[in-house]
Design a protein around this ligand. Structure first.
Ligand code: SF4
Length: 332
């Protein structure tokens, strides 16, 4: 079987620096720059540890609006930092590595969506476009609603019931939402490469090897994985779920393996086992349940961007339209 290629650049250019020294330097620079660090649950644990706020896309977007600091370092991927800038025009929003993209966001470009919407309108169809937050700001500017995995069901209820829903770009999240909301949707055929490659076979083996364990899964996983999950939710919902059990349990985790760092901090009484990715031709389990784009975030780059105040997300004309839809969807 050929493994899908997660074509993100790597961190080969970095030389070793002591993580504890880097953490001290980051703390000092945060004070000097009046800065905060926001870190997504999928970045390395050591970055989560130096961050002032950790969370999923929804929580971090709200945190970015609530903070009063002049500078925000968004340790995540490009569309997240872009959203933080859109919601905070006057603040400096930095991203540790500008190359940190997202395979899902890249699966739906502005031109593709604009042309598809024109085709649907040409057929006389009335619809509203609901986009997962994992889209570029340009794509958001074409949409009526933005959802995160944390608020999607709630937003779908706000869509005009007399209109069709065009859901972009994640077909797995879309099909899960169709099921929970009972509303038919036109689904864009995109998928997250990290969540798409969990092995059902290995998941079932892990379940057999861990009697009494529960599978917790992100809705970006395919239905074949979700059907074996005891609980499905965005990362923050998953965290709340594991925290709700006091007695020790074993959870099999079907989302980016870095999420386990946040689980262990919030609910240290449990054991967390990452669901493996698919087997390679040589019979080894690939390490592809870690997002290669998120992996571009390192302590060194967090320090560098605080030191240099660069790379920063620059305001773009299409951010105005994206702002209106983000504000309506996430902040009201
Ligand atoms: S885990 Fe998937 S959806 Fe999330 S940033 Fe990485 S590629 Fe994009």
């Amino acid at each position: 079987m050929n493994l899908p290629i997660l074509d993100a650049p790597d961190n080969a250019e970095e030389s070793y620096e002591d993580p504890l020294d880097l953490m001290d330097e980051i703390d000092r620079l945060k004070k000097e720059r009046n800065a905060v660090v926001l870190a997504h649950f999928y970045v390395d644990g050591e970055i989560q540890d130096v961050a002032d706020y950790t969370g999923d896309s929804l929580k971090l977007a709200r945190d970015a609006v609530a903070v009063e600091n002049d500078v925000i370092v968004f340790s995540g991927v490009h569309f997240m930092a872009e959203s933080a800038k859109i919601l905070n025009r006057e603040k400096t929003v930095l991203i540790p590595d500008l190359r940190a993209g997202c395979s899902l966001a890249e699966s739906c470009t502005f031109e593709q969506l604009r042309d598809f919407q024109a085709k649907l309108r040409g057929e006389g169809r009335e619809f509203e476009t609901v986009a997962y937050i994992n889209t570029t700001a340009k794509v958001k500017s074409l949409c009526d609603w933005i959802v995160t995995s944390g608020n999607a069901a709630e937003i779908i209820e706000r869509v005009d019931p007399d209109k069709e829903i065009l859901f972009v770009p994640d077909k797995h999240l879309g099909s899960y939402l169709q099921e929970v909301s009972g509303r038919e949707m036109i689904l864009w055929p995109g998928a997250c490469m990290v969540h798409e490659i969990f092995s059902v076979q290995d998941l079932l083996r892990a379940k057999r090897n861990n009697p009494g364990s529960e599978v917790i899964a992100h809705p970006e996983c395919p239905a074949t994985v979700l059907e074996h999950a005891e609980f499905i939710g965005g990362t923050e919902k998953l965290r709340q779920y594991v925290m709700s059990f006091e007695e020790r349990k074993t959870f099999l985790v079907a989302t980016d393996a870095n999420m386990i760092h946040a689980f262990e901090k919030s609910a240290p009484q449990h054991e967390f086992v990452p669901v493996p990715g698919i087997m390679t031709d040589t019979g080894e389990t690939c390490a592809c349940n870690r997002c290669p784009h998120m992996a571009l975030n390192t302590l060194q780059k967090v320090r560098n961007c605080l030191r240099d105040l660069s790379p920063a997300i620059e305001w773009q004309p299409y951010f105005e339209d994206a702002h209106a839809v983000l504000e309506r969807s996430l902040l009201r």
